[in-house]
Design a protein around this ligand. Structure first.
Ligand code: NAD
Ligand code: UFG
Length: 351
């Protein structure tokens, strides 16, 4: 059965939620993570939630020798590649670290995959590859451009995957372009665990609501949006996790057809797909919903725009629905409720 999946970065925020969804869908998983932005406790909690130990290897995607041992020991159907650094500000300060980790690391992984003839990959890309969009909603054919090293590293990997697909049509490569993942597992046992003061909106709001931070700064109230604040396509991490299961199902289906009919018409090649809800929510709307569902005040003040931010960003989610049969189901209320449950139950994250 084609059911064994290598999950790089599987100890992280989106990875842990996806491991649970993969397990529930009947996949066998092996997690490979260097724990640079996660912890063993996250793995323990996933093991508890699924009721069995997870096979976990502490390792770096830049370590070709260790990767080779892992590929030699397992018969993988596909890799889901979450491993990467993701802080935009840090990437501006440390571009070499970001290019080395995210781009060189991915090249090393792809080389080992080629050597072991594992040519199916689901890659964590980002809506950041669209830069400042010319039209909304953003579909997969929109122009791509990035302004910071983090975004450039995602775009560079996309270009590498495109070239790889052209060079050899036995590769099946699906970059999933996530919009703004938020929320947490319904159990409240796993969620996003930022190291320092959060950069992103939802964890910042949660920490204000729980009393760890005093006040939220809203970066800009003069954007051409519904209320002047930024608009984003927030998507529940559980929906996002299901999007990965749908992508694997799609790969399996195409590859079976390909083997059966021996017809390259069914090869996947390079197939970018947005994972978003298709709906935009403003910063003020998110704060208001969060306050209602948590019963907590979220004090805020307006501050100047954050460098590099755009006014509005939301997905066309049609391609995911059409090809993968996937669409987001959970609402902004669910996202706030679940982020709040995680924050309240684990005010210090996994520490
Ligand atoms: P995360 O930091 O929680 O998870 C990433 C995991 O990768 C961490 O557990 C980290 O320890 C691991 N890792 C990093 N470098 C590694 C390396 N060289 N070798 C092995 N493991 C390594 O981040 P996340 O939010 O779960 O994001 C997962 C992926 O999705 C990332 O590639 C990120 O860029 C991408 N993404 C995230 C968002 C978001 O807002 N969270 C949006 C778009 C795309
Ligand atoms: N915001 C505030 N105050 C804060 C934090 C954020 O007002 O303290 C605002 C931002 O200005 C923006 C909105 O909230 O208007 C969302 O900001 P986030 O930082 O939560 O998310 P971004 O859309 O800026 O970026 C995120 C990830 C990127 C990823 C992108 C698209 O950080 O890595 O989504 O997936 F590329």
């Amino acid at each position: 059965m084609k059911n064994k999946i290598l999950v790089t970065g599987g100890a992280g925020y989106i990875g842990t939620h996806t491991c649970i969804a993969l397990h529930e869908a009947g996949y066998e998983i092996v997690v490979y993570d260097n724990l640079s932005n996660s912890s063993r406790e996250a793995i323990n909690r996933v093991s508890n939630l699924i009721g069995q130990p997870i096979e976990f290897i502490e390792g770096d995607i830049r370590d070709a020798e260790l990767l080779k041992k892992v590929f030699a020991a397992h018969d993988f159907f596909s890799v889901i590649h979450f491993a990467g650094l993701k802080a935009v500000g840090e990437s501006v300060a440390k571009p070499l670290l970001y290019y080395n980790n995210n781009v060189s690391g991915t090249i090393t992984l792809l080389q080992v995959m080629a050597e072991y003839d594992v040519k199916n990959l689901v890659f964590s890309s980002s809506a950041t590859v669209y830069g400042d969009p010319e039209t909304l909603p953003i579909d997969e054919n929109s122009k791509r451009s990035c302004t910071n090293p983090y975004g450039q590293s995602k775009l560079a990997v996309e270009h590498i995957l495109e070239d790889l697909a052209v060079s050899d049509d036995s590769w099946n490569l699906i970059p999933l372009r996530y919009f703004n993942p938020v929320g947490a597992h319904l159990s409240g046992q796993i969620g996003e665990d930022p190291n320092d003061i959060p950069n992103n909106l939802m964890p910042y709001i949660s920490q204000v609501a729980v009393g760890k931070l005093n006040k939220l700064n809203i970066f800009g109230n003069d954007y051409p949006t519904v209320d002047g604040t930024g608009v984003r396509d927030f998507i529940h991490v559980t929906d996002l996790a299901q999007g990965h299961v749908a992508a694997l199902n799609y790969l399996e289906q195409k590859i079976s057809l390909n083997e059966y009919k021996n017809d390259q018409e069914y090869s996947v090649g390079f197939l970018p797909i947005n994972l978003g809800t298709g709906k935009g929510t403003s910063v003020l709307e998110l704060i208001s919903t969060f306050s209602k569902v948590s019963g907590q005040a979220v004090p805020y003040q307006f501050a100047s725009r954050r460098a590099g931010d755009i006014a509005s960003c939301y997905a066309s989610a049609d391609k995911a629905k059409e090809l993968l049969g996937w669409e987001a189901k959970l609402s902004i209320i669910d996202m706030c409720q679940d982020s709040w449950r995680w924050q309240r139950q684990s005010p210090n994250g996994y520490k």
